[in-house]
Design a protein around this ligand. Sequence first.
Ligand SMILES: Cc1cc2nc3c(=O)[nH]c(=O)nc-3n(C[C@H](O)[C@H](O)[C@H](O)COP(=O)(O)OP(=O)(O)OC[C@H]3O[C@@H](n4cnc5c(N)ncnc54)[C@H](O)[C@@H]3O)c2cc1C
Length: 325
Amino acid sequence: MARKIIVLGEVRDGSLRNVSFEAIAAAKTASEGGEVVGVLIGDSVTALSGELIHYGADRVITVEDEKLKQYTPDGYSQALMAVIDAESPEGLILGHTSLGKDLAPKVAAKLNSGLISDVTGLEVAGGNLVFTRPIYSGKAFEKKIVTDGLVFATIRPNNISPLEKDESRTGEASSLSAEIKDLRTIIKEVVRKASEGVDLSEAKVIIAGGRGVKSEEGFEPLKELAKVLNGAVGASRGACDADYCDYSLQIGQTGKVVTPDLYIACGISGAIQHLAGMSNSKVIVAINKDPEANIFKVADYGIVGDLFEVVPLLTEEFRKILVNA
Ligand SMILES: Cc1cc2nc3c(=O)[nH]c(=O)nc-3n(C[C@H](O)[C@H](O)[C@H](O)COP(=O)(O)OP(=O)(O)OC[C@H]3O[C@@H](n4cnc5c(N)ncnc54)[C@H](O)[C@@H]3O)c2cc1C
């Protein structure tokens, strides 16, 4: 059944986040040959329309208003609802990001619709659109179909491959004016924690440290390795609780859920709450002194040893290979 699917493009610091392109790829599957309409919300986002089209959107609608400069659930839901009223789509796909996790349930409630959240895959099978999502902290997966109403989903970053960018693709870009009113929250200033390098939730390579790094300085070799591999540094809650790093780096059940191509766990025991945030990584490497550490049960490659010896050796070897490549 061909459907019109709306995809919200997520903008951060003036650029589209990767998950927006992944959402377009998901929408292409979900549309079953129908139309994919990208939506951009903000105060000055029109210039990004072309990029959504290059990644597969058939057309793009922008809703601009200075009240939409920063994300607020009231403002964005009013803007998105205006597009939904104008377009009457059969489906909606957002990223399962902080923004998407906040906005999607609010819009679903307004539409009296169901919502399939944290989707890691979708396919058309047996005449149905089948969504896959992890349950029980990633220990199992469930498959869901929509039997009635909107196909509404949020997709987990780094799980669905975006389509190849094609700059020759063209599509219509139009704007829609929406009345943005009665905002209960006004964001005056966004103060960001200074974070170096790659965004953890979208990183293809993550080097994570646990209590085994022993101190704030103990993260230095991990940062070096991350730099060489163009990756991000993450942490277990053990390391955050011990004040070796900031909680914004925490990965796990109560931290970030990540799915990089390569996850290198250094001095992390592998508690179930940590595994909940990283066990779906494509390749897991564990470095731990304790051969019985639980992390080895989910690791594709295990190195039993002292991380302060192993990590610098890995950095050196990767540096040689990558410089000669
Ligand atoms: C409700 C709840 C929610 C939680 N949420 C999270 C969460 O989101 N994320 C999370 O991570 N945890 C979470 N936890 C905590 C979790 O249960 C563990 O306590 C935590 O993950 C342990 O962190 P760790 O592996 O760094 O530390 P430890 O368990 O102390 O492990 C340290 C490891 O380092 C190894 N090691 C030590 N020195 C070296 C060395 N020189 N070289 C190599 N290896 C070395 C040790 O052998 C050990 O395996 C949660 C707990 C609860 C109760």
